[in-house]
Design a binder for this molecule. Structure first.
Ligand code: FAD
Length: 442
């Protein structure tokens, strides 16, 4: 892809801080409406931040109705990607790989939190009893292993004596095989509509004048002006909110969390690429999906027994995989897929989530007029990037035209699904959601 740098002028219609998949989605949506943004990123190209590490799972099982509506709408964008990024025609475009997602059915699981939302919005799903589950995915062990425990706890090794009730499968789920490429596709689309990009450039301050945002200050001391600034800085979001002086007044805050994801070969006699499935398995404490080359990609669902590694400085954290987490996640996954072995060599990645107080994102204005935020993506908003960009553009246009979004919340109608997305769900001043799983499942 081409790597455009910024132009000659230091004034723009808007500045987007961060060229991750969500930042590029915001930039493309603004540019399509004739609000031509400058996207500034400290890294060398689009999608090099936490987006590059995303498991990029596209599923619909969220605890809020707006979350489900957004995810369902988002899926329709991923399935029509060439159309979404037009008129850009890059050499390579992100591919949606269709794989069903299972939500396991057991006492205390998160199914009851999400099923009413799927019903209300008409998101298709199938109920699978144990026989059907095994017929489709014979490599799964259907015992109940939870609640999850650490390996040094005897409870981890206890022989299970009860079974799952079954599962709900959403057949339209899937994943994007190259998340960084998808950000670059959106960046190309944004450029085609008039956006500009400035890479290798760090923002160190947010400027304001007469009670309104007026631009950003760069590390070299120069200032770039714009009447609109959008914080899409991923795990650096709270730092950027502090620069704008808006963090303290919000009831929902964000902070970085270190995460490890592992890639482990499936057993030789399983064709996981073809017959694999995706599962958010709260009963064992992992999520997993197929990864090309007959592998299983494994991440954590943050069970209560695990200590979470919150990070104070997103530029200073351990970037190497740990043996403890490798053993833990692979052994947990091996309870559900007993044929899985723990390989001697660790393969995977380490990166940061930008976690909000209730693991639900913040897509909102701020108390500083002109300063907006798409933050707190909590390890679960890759799937929503293009529609989140669209929602942010609707919100920004509405607020800039005088709408008081705080007292009269904007409801976006998904252009492909027709579903309503109530943006007050993602307010910076919401009550922390009681329905949330308080994990990556959202
Ligand atoms: C391991 C992992 C697995 C995940 N799995 C899934 C999944 O399966 N499904 C799902 O839906 N979501 C998933 N997510 C979440 C999803 O990937 C993220 O929500 C999404 O990629 C965030 O995009 P972003 O554009 O907000 O942030 P980023 O991609 O992090 O981009 C932010 C950008 O801002 C730039 N920046 C920050 N501060 C500054 C500054 N001061 N000056 C200039 N530039 C700055 C950074 O350089 C960076 O490029 C996962 C995330 C991780 C880390």
């Amino acid at each position: 892809m081409s790597s455009t740098t910024s132009n000659s002028t230091d004034h723009h219609d808007a500045i987007v801080i961060g060229a991750g998949v969500i930042g590029c989605g915001v930039a493309a949506a603004l540019a399509k409406r004739g609000i031509r943004p400058l996207v500034i990123d400290r890294l060398p190209d689009a999608g090099y931040g936490s987006t590059s590490s995303s498991s990029a799972i596209i599923r619909f099982g969220y605890s809020t109705e707006a979350g489900v509506a957004m995810a369902w709408e988002g899926q329709l964008w991923w399935r029509n990607w060439a159309e979404v990024i037009a008129p850009a025609e890059p050499d390579a475009i992100a591919e949606f790989v269709n794989v069903p997602m299972l939500i396991l059915d057991f006492e205390g699981g998160y199914l009851p939190r999400v099923l009413p939302n799927l019903d209300r919005l008409g998101v298709p799903y199938e109920r699978l009893d144990r026989d059907e589950l095994l017929a489709r995915h014979p490599f799964l062990d259907l015992h109940r292993f939870g609640p999850p425990a650490t390996i040094d706890d005897d409870a981890f090794w206890r022989d299970p004596d009860t079974l799952l009730r079954g599962a709900v499968s959403t057949p339209d789920s899937g994943f994007i095989s190259d998340p960084m490429l998808s950000a670059q596709n959106l960046a190309d689309s944004a450029r085609a509509h008039g956006a500009e990009f400035m890479f290798n450039t760090e923002i160190v301050g947010v400027e304001s004048s007469d009670g309104r945002v007026s631009g950003v200050r760069l590390a070299d001391g120069s200032v770039v002006s714009a009447p609109i600034v959008v914080n899409v800085a991923g795990p650096h979001s709270s730092q950027v909110n502090e620069m704008a002086g808006v963090g303290a007044s919000m009831s929902v805050t964000t902070r970085p969390l270190r995460r490890e994801v592992f890639i482990v070969p499936a057993a030789d006699d399983i064709d996981f690429d073809r017959t694999g499935v995706m599962v958010g398995d709260e009963d064992t404490g992992v999520y997993f999906r197929p990864e090309s080359g007959n592998n299983v990609l494994i991440g954590s669902t943050e069970p209560e027994c695990d200590e979470l590694e919150w990070v104070d400085d997103p530029d200073d954290y351990r970037t190497t995989l740990t043996e403890d987490e490798h053993q833990l996640l692979v052994l947990r996954c091996a309870r559900r897929i007993p044929s899985l072995g723990v390989p001697q060599r660790k393969r995977g990645l380490v990166d940061l989530y930008d976690v909000s107080s209730d693991w639900i994102p913040v897509y909102d204005r701020s108390d500083l007029p002109g300063f907006y935020m798409a933050v707190g993506s909590s390890g679960n908003q890759f799937k929503n990037a293009p529609i989140a960009g669209y929602c942010m553009a609707e919100l920004i246009e509405g607020v800039e035209s005088g709408r008081d979004h705080d007292s009269d919340p904007i409801v976006v109608i998904g252009p492909r699904s027709g579903l309503p997305i109530d943006m007050s769900t993602f307010s910076r001043n919401r009550d922390v959601s009681a329905a949330s799983t308080m994990t990556v499942l959202g």
